[in-house]
Design a protein around this ligand. Structure first.
Ligand code: NOJ
Length: 670
């Protein structure tokens, strides 16, 4: 990297702003100014205003606030144009290309209070953060953040409320920005009246509370999730805040593949080549639909025998791993309450970990262990490192973590999961897991901010409303909003693949069967669960797609997308030349065209298509489950499987039923 003086941080010729930083193509422009000691910025793309004049700043307890009495001391710039390889992900190679501006700002009265605003301007958005230099004190308490995002108030926003009992697990609400009557989590996605797609999020969240966005009059302001004592964060100096990110695109589908969040994180410092994406079965859906129980008893799910049966299924069906929930003591009665005494090394009498582990090894199947902490952090951490050693001794390398409960209990205090002490815990667990060579899937997590670039053993997480909310709490629209909102925060363990759509009538799934296949492609996760009970997969030809589809990608190409309407994406397998296409629609049936522009020139491919049955089908098509016109409520099982030869430039017209979808494996033919 080469310092380029002020080349990319030029003085503006006119107006209120003293400096501007352009993106490499010049399309995105960040401007910074100082007036009466206050620091502010704005953002444009293609000369359209994305963020109008907005404040920058932080309020400290007992120290001069940043952003109220400041002057610009120095400005530097640099350009970066690099590429890096992911350990796993939606792309193997990520392009990291930006211009950076470094703005040193100081207190008018006192030069010791220097703060740097570092901004990176990409062609599809910006990230900026505050860097607080060493000063006379070692620690500072951040009272609140003053950063504003003065976006189009008449824009349409998709949001979930913050500080609610179910954390991030809500259906998205859609309203004008001005009508957002609650503080909201990020990513917060907005379609402006001028047609731009904007998402506000953060990157590299360490040792700080998560950013929530709240409307104050006619602007939005960053709010750091407070601790129980009301403070935002206690920081050790020097300190860099997480990056505040504004992604911008002219089409919704381009927003869905924005990589700024990952780029703003640091490369891993250790070798994480041992991290491996996979698909898994699990003793799980049977628990959620009441067929079996987490706790011991007549219907106990995680018995030695039942687990061995799941291992047999995994071996037979070619699925790499089996999740075991409810093998350890602590699930009796209201387990949310009892969780404070959960034991992470003590099995129920009808579960023998050694026997199960030996059997899994013999069958070549991985075990996915489970730590349900119920948010009782002291109880959990007091069992470290034994809880990890126990799994290590049994060859377990994958762990699903759970933090159910409305608040965490940390240091004797009830706290939001997403405040600074919570964020610190999620980091501690990532680090101890890395030390033991273990890969994590975190449920009730802190939201994704791209730290999997630095800690690739944090492989996936929940942090959104997943399939377990079926049976009344899910809508087809949700799957068409996720890619443009929560999806921007990284992998999501949605747990697709429910084939028994009725699920004992306890959780009837509002989806066609073809759509359940599509979700393996449309919602990215490096662990993909084939979530149903395996007996429903046996003998069903549609399961072949689940067996074929990988959980790790070479490339991702968005094809069609509109927030809340539909989403079609093509992804190339990391290990072969094959492509997979997934498409989902909301409650409206629709036809979409898939243009095979992404295929290699001069090559032949066979497309294996799994789609909703439509009114008029040709003679001889292969029906699965049921026949006739599919519909997510009326006829969800009507799937058609067909094969076609395709090549680059061909077009495939696919019809999706209400609440439906399609999945295609595009296999290169030698
Ligand atoms: C909620 C999680 O999302 C779910 O996957 C898990 O089965 C339960 N908690 C129990 O840990």
């Amino acid at each position: 990297m080469k310092w380029l003086g002020n080349k990319f941080s030029q003085k503006t010729q006119t107006g209120e702003y003293s400096h501007e930083v352009f993106s490499p193509s010049g399309r995105v422009r960040f401007m910074l100014g100082v007036r009466d000691g206050g620091v502010f910025y704005s953002l444009k793309r293609d000369e359209k205003v994305i963020v109008r004049e907005s404040k920058l700043g932080l309020d400290f307890v007992g120290e001069e606030s940043f952003g109220r009495k400041f002057k610009l001391l120095a400005v530097k710039g640099q350009e970066v144009n690099s590429k890096w390889e992911t350990v796993f992900g939606e792309e193997k190679v990520v392009v990291n290309k930006y211009h950076e501006g470094e703005f040193r700002l100081g207190c008018l009265e006192d030069e010791r209070g220097v703060i740097v605003v570092r901004v990176r301007v990409f062609d599809d958005g910006i990230g900026f953060r505050y860097e607080i230099a060493e000063r006379g004190v070692e620690q500072l308490t951040v009272k609140e953040e003053l950063t504003e995002f003065n976006v189009d108030q008449n824009g349409r926003a998709w949001w979930i409320p913050a500080y609610q009992p179910d954390r991030y697990e809500y259906l998205y609400q859609r309203s004008q920005v001005v009508a957002m009557d609650k503080p909201v989590h990020t990513p917060l996605t907005i379609k402006t009246t001028s047609g731009a797609y904007v998402s506000i999020h953060e990157a590299a969240l360490y040792d700080y509370g998560a950013m929530v966005v709240r409307r104050h009059g006619d602007t939005l302001r960053a709010e750091v999730t407070p601790m129980a004592n009301g403070d935002a964060a206690q920081i050790e100096l020097p300190f860099n805040t997480p990056w505040r990110v504004v992604m911008v695109a002219s089409r919704a589908m381009d927003l869905a593949v924005n990589r700024i969040m990952l780029n703003l994180n640091e490369p891993a410092r250790e070798d994480f080549a041992w991290v491996k994406p996979m698909k898994y079965l699990g003793i799980w859906w049977s628990l959620h639909i009441g067929e079996q129980t987490w706790h011991a008893g007549d219907r106990h799910g995680a018995t030695t025998e039942n687990t061995m049966e799941y291992i047999d299924y995994a071996a037979k069906l070619g699925i790499r791993a089996v999740l075991i929930e409810g093998w350890n003591e602590g699930w009796e009665g209201d387990w949310l309450e009892c969780g404070k005494d959960n034991k992470f090394t003590l099995a129920y009498p009808d579960f023998n970990m050694k026997k199960v582990a030996d059997y899994a090894k013999e069958k070549g199947v991985e075990i996915v262990g489970h730590h349900e902490t119920v948010g009782f952090i002291e109880n959990y951490e007091s069992q470290w490192p034994e809880a990890f050693e126990f799994y290590k001794d049994h060859g377990v390398k994958y762990i699903k973590l759970g933090y159910a409960g409305t608040r965490m209990l940390i240091d004797g205090t009830r706290e939001f999961h997403h405040c600074q002490p919570g964020v610190r815990h999620y980091q501690r667990v990532a680090e101890i897991a890395a030390k033991y060579g273990m890969m994590l899937n975190i449920h009730e997590p802190i939201k994704g901010t791209g730290i999997e670039r630095t800690w690739p053993n944090i492989m996936t997480r929940e942090g959104a409303r997943g399939q377990e909310y079926e049976g009344g709490g899910m809508t087809p629209e949700h799957h068409t909003i996720i890619p443009f909102t929560r999806g921007l925060a990284g992998g999501f363990d949605y747990t697709p693949g429910i084939f028994d759509i009725h699920s004992n009538g306890v959780k009837t799934v509002w989806s066609t069967l073809a759509r359940q296949l599509a979700l393996f492609v449309t919602i990215y996760s490096s662990w993909q669960m084939a979530a149903d009970r395996p007996r429903f997969y046996e003998g069903n030809p549609a399961f072949k797609f689940v067996q074929d589809v990988p959980a790790d990608w070479q490339k991702t190409v968005p094809l069609v997308g509109e927030i809340g309407e539909c989403w079609v994406v093509a992804r190339q397998d990391r290990e072969s030349d094959d492509w997979y296409v997934g498409g989902v629609t909301n409650e409206d049936a629709r036809a979409v065209s898939v243009y095979f522009e992404f295929l290699d020139e001069g090559c032949e491919y066979e497309a294996e298509i799994y789609r909703d049955g439509c009114e008029q089908e040709a003679e001889g098509v292969t029906w699965v489950g049921a026949e006739g016109r599919a519909h997510f409520r009326e006829n969800p099982l009507a799937v058609v499987i067909e094969k076609r030869r395709v090549k680059k430039g061909d077009r495939l017209e696919v019809w999706m039923a209400e609440g439906g979808g399609f999945a295609v494996r595009v296999k290169r033919v030698e």
